[in-house]
Write a protein of this length. Structure first.
Length: 301
């Protein structure tokens, strides 16, 4: 089965403070995205679409794109306000991209067949890609999606809070997802959301969470267009900080009875580049994985 991996790398990286998409963190100066591509390629993915912010493609090619092109089939897409519908007027002062649903739509013309979506700044683990590839193979053509679910305790950062889609999983199906903000470690070691309560709302460390690792058939692209169109026509489209997010769309479609989502649970441990302080941890983890033989000394010679 041919499958495309869509890698979302068009965020502003406001918490990180620089272009983390091209930060060199591997033992041979690889960027984190190269590990994503290697893991996915070994699992069976044969096409890759990288979504970048405007103007980054030349620098990305210089850092790693040219060597990637020799090993895998890579296309590029740009998430910008130019790809918004012609009827929509951008609110004055809006600088933030509109989120992960329009990010995927910006790559729609480059997507071929069944596809998965991941964040560029997250390390998902090799096993997760095998789970996703197998789940994509089994997806019905319409009305279905799949996702890789992580344990909340394996996805928190020691340097600040994160956002996770906390899921309800029943019988291998995700039946609900709630976007939960400002999740962090409390002094007592518990995991809490500090979004609405300064003391933090306790969360179950074993809860299944979404890490924006979704799998779809081409049918979903049409549903994303409809969903984003409705989003822009609502009050949210006029706000300067609103985002149209994949977990929210999936949750709304589940509630409406128009989508079933297969949940593939994994014990893989996430790490990533949310905060500047995460860089050292990410570099250390990649070095350890290389030393253990999980990765070769040079990913793409």
């Amino acid at each position: 089965m041919s499958a495309t991996l869509v890698i979302m790398a068009a965020g502003l990286a406001s918490r990180y403070g620089s272009a983390k998409q091209i930060e060199k963190v591997g033992p041979a100066d690889e960027i984190l995205m190269e590990y994503t591509i290697r893991d996915a390629q070994k699992a069976g993915f044969d096409r890759f679409v990288i979504i970048l912010p405007p103007g980054m493609e030349p620098e990305f090619r210089e850092v790693c794109g040219d060597r990637l092109q020799k090993a895998v089939t890579v296309d590029y897409a740009v998430q910008s306000f130019k790809s918004l519908p012609a009827w929509f007027t951008l609110p004055e002062g809006r600088t933030k991209p509109y989120g992960t649903v329009p990010a995927v739509l910006s790559a729609a013309e480059k997507i071929s067949g069944r596809f998965a979506v991941v964040n560029a700044d997250d390390y998902y683990g090799p096993g997760a890609y095998g789970l996703m590839y197998d789940a994509l193979r089994q997806l019905p053509g319409e009305g279905a999606a799949c996702m890789v679910a992580y344990k909340l305790k394996n996805t928190v950062s020691t340097f600040g809070t994160v956002t996770r889609g906390v899921c309800r999983v029943e019988g291998g199906r995700m039946t609900a997802v709630k976007e939960t903000y400002k999740i962090g470690l409390a002094p007592d070691g518990s995991i809490r959301s500090y979004y609405t309560d300064e003391a933090g709302t306790p969360l179950d460390a074993e809860s299944a969470v979404s890490m924006n690792f979704w799998g779809f058939t081409p049918w979903a692209l049409g549903r994303m267009e409809e969903y984003f169109d409705a989003f822009l026509r609502s009050e949210a489209g006029e706000r300067l900080d609103s985002e149209c997010l994949l977990p929210t769309m999936v949750g709304d479609m589940i509630d409406a009875g128009t989508l079933e989502v297969a949940a593939c649970t994994t014990d893989e441990t996430w790490f990533g580049m949310t905060y500047r302080e995460d860089r050292a941890t990410t570099a250390r983890m990649l070095g350890e994985l290389t030393a253990r033989g999980v990765y070769p000394a040079v990913l793409f010679p």
